[in-house]
Design a protein around this ligand. Sequence first.
Ligand code: SAH
Length: 255
Amino acid sequence: MTIQNPTGKVYLVGAGPGDPDLLTVRALKLIQSATVTLYDNLVSPAVVELIPASVQRIYVGKERGNHTLPQEEINHLLVRLAREGHQVLRLKGGDPFIFGRGGEEIETLAASGIAFEVVPGITAASGVAAYAGIPLTHRDHAQSCVFVTGHLKNHTMDLDWESLARPHQTVVVYMGLQGLGALCSNLIRHGLPAHTPAAIVQQGTRPQQHVVIGTLQNLPERALAAKLQAPTLIIVGGVVTLHQVLHWFNPRPPA
Ligand code: SAH
């Protein structure tokens, strides 16, 4: 039987969408006090820079189609490090419980009797919408807001299209760039007008933020022309029209 060091613990921490000023106070304290930190490609370089040089950093990858470490191995690595007595910081982009597999990671910890704590982060929908000047709800445009994953499985997007194609609702799509064309045509086919406003935001809250505005009809073509780089977030609904007057974050394009 493994004898557990009672002091080891895993902190599953949301790192927000990129701007380090959007970290929670708790996240910043843990970044400064952990003894080992695991992070993936969604954690912005500006946040990674805050990890003290003396702390061991483990990059666990996860670009689309390029998982440096399979999820299973990440889960077991967390267990092993905690058993060695580490204060393990598992940094995840946005909020760990929103499309982040955070649940899977702590399920393994719970099953192994490892102490853990979860620190919420600002999810991409909130952070990106704020910095793009697109309120997710607004009395004139949307009384509800749904978050969905546009991740393609076997080249298709298996979503409940009827529930998404409703009026007065904002739809936020994570991981949707590859399937943008299918997303827009399915929403039109299920009843949303082709002129419904839609936006795609590249690297929201970061110096590389780029907002492309269009409609369900023309967004795929505009996104292609803009040569967007991941991560990108799609926002569909009447609220997108507000960007024109409410945009305030205009980072200078990188040199
Ligand atoms: N747990 C994360 C989401 C992980 S899924 C969260 O709560 O935000 C990864 C997807 O999040 C990306 O494909 C993209 O759609 C979105 N995303 C994360 N950060 C983003 C950013 N800075 N700008 C645009 N999209 C972002």
